[in-house]
Design a binder for this molecule. Sequence first.
Ligand SMILES: Nc1ncnc2c1ncn2[C@@H]1O[C@H](COP(=O)(O)OP(=O)(O)OP(=O)(O)O)[C@@H](O)[C@H]1O
Length: 241
Amino acid sequence: MLPNKTLLEARQLVVNYKNHRAIDGLDLSVPAGCVYALLGGNGAGKTSTINTFLGFNRPTGGNVFIDGESPEQNPAVVRAKVAYLPENVALYEYMSGLENLRFFCTLANIRLSRQHAHDLLVNTGLQTDAHDRRVSTYSKGMRQKVGLAIASAKQAKVMLLDEPTSGLDPSAANDFAQRVRAAADLGMAVLMATHDLFNAKQVADRIGIMKAGRLVEEFDAHTVAHDELEHKYLAHARGLL
Ligand SMILES: Nc1ncnc2c1ncn2[C@@H]1O[C@H](COP(=O)(O)OP(=O)(O)OP(=O)(O)O)[C@@H](O)[C@H]1O
């Protein structure tokens, strides 16, 4: 069987902020159908990596590709292929979840009927009585569901998640993890920066630990024991490895 196509790739990526090196020769690849969880202590370079894939950071050295395209050279093409969910999904507070979904789709040149928007929100598990309610009344988990619906409407090939489960209760985090898994099972490549080891084990196929802008460990998420993962994570974060 042929391996799945690589949709997210960093090759010898270096990112400096003025004199500070945030990413230091990162090689990373995520194929279609894979959830890759990026762990690492504060300042390890996880968000900088995601921001470079999004085209917000320009590589100082090396390259990043999304489905073979460079975010720097083809920003519009890359934007169409990518869904991004930051820790707090930014939505218009005075608009309903459904209106936000349709609005963000319009920005991506997708015309979504009201019914289709409802169906997409139902698929994310957002309760129907919330679809027409202002987002200002939504919990964090509900906002993320709107974010997932936008990703689904865009038929994004790649999803970038930055600490998506921080602040979610265990049930909401589990629900979110299952929906991310389902998106990957349909062929998306997912890169998720997280501090949540439990969630990483639950949803990911591959787990990487970053430290000082480098990938210092990689694991098969299906076979690594939680204890081993925790031990390595803490040891790297404390500078013991
Ligand atoms: N805009 C910026 N200007 C200067 N330095 C930055 C900037 N953004 C990040 N850094 C620095 O780059 C390094 C990597 O930061 P980054 O936010 O990528 O880490 P992280 O792994 O996402 O951390 P956290 O888990 O705390 O979110 C840190 O040393 C940080 O202080």
